[in-house]
Design a protein around this ligand. Structure first.
Ligand code: FAD
Length: 191
């Protein structure tokens, strides 16, 4: 097993590459553990990102390549393996990877997240072509258009509040499974 790393960053997406940039510039002996960085990042799936400062319109795939090159330029090292387990030992952690084990003093876990799907016909087919999961990311694409927000509480109301200022008012609507769970303070601007 290799010497003890200062830091292992698990996940080389937007969060992991940002952590890698700061860690490398700080002189930490660190690696990024990810079998598919940067292409495995969820941002690589989207054709257009309009909310990243400095880029008015950039393909997600290109944006994450910039993140990757930036982190590498300061010496970030990548190990193409998945994390499958973590054990604690006296001076840090032992990370069980797909092909080996790694010792480190500290770990940052940033393996991303997946959207909860509704599971209805057409959802997958129209994802990125009218079906979205993030108002801040995609709301502007629907400027002055009619939208429906489908959800079960506070998150759906928060997203609807955001879209209220962008999308067509009057005939846009929100479908709540359990409206009583939405916080009153969040609901107020909708009324
Ligand atoms: C279709 C779509 C469109 C989007 N559009 C926008 C937008 O326009 N604007 C915006 O701000 N955000 C947008 N987002 C959200 C954005 O992609 C995420 O907020 C961002 O990528 C999250 O970064 P992350 O590093 O947390 O996770 P990710 O970027 O998803 O990275 C997670 C990484 O962890 C790795 N990983 C997972 N499990 C393991 C493991 N066990 N071991 C090692 N590595 C592992 C994966 O390979 C991956 O590379 C969009 C997301 C999607 C899906």
């Amino acid at each position: 097993m290799r010497v003890l790393y200062d830091l292992v960053i698990v996940g080389g997406g937007a969060a992991g590459l940002t952590a890698a940039l700061y860690a490398s510039r700080s002189g930490l002996d660190c690696i990024v553990l990810d079998p598919s960085s940067p292409e495995g990042s969820s941002i690589a799936l989207t054709e257009a990102v309009e909310n990243y400062t400095g880029f008015s319109d950039i393909a997600g795939f290109d944006l994450i390549q910039h993140f990757y090159s930036h982190a590498k330029s300061f010496g970030a090292n990548f190990v193409r393996q998945s994390l499958v387990g973590i054990r604690k030992n006296y001076d840090g952690f032992i990370l069980e990877c797909s092909d080996s084990e790694v010792k480190t003093k500290s770990v940052i876990l940033c393996m991303g997240a997946t959207h909860k799907k509704l599971g209805i016909d057409g959802e997958n087919k129209f994802e990125g072509r009218g079906v979205s999961y993030c108002a801040v990311c995609d709301g502007y694409f629907f400027k002055d258009k009619t939208v429906a927000v489908i959800g079960g509480g506070k998150t759906a109301v928060t997203e609807a509040n955001y879209l209220f200022h962008i999308c067509k008012r009057g005939d846009s609507y929100i479908q709540l499974r359990a409206p009583q769970t939405a916080l009153k303070i969040v609901c107020r601007p909708l009324l």
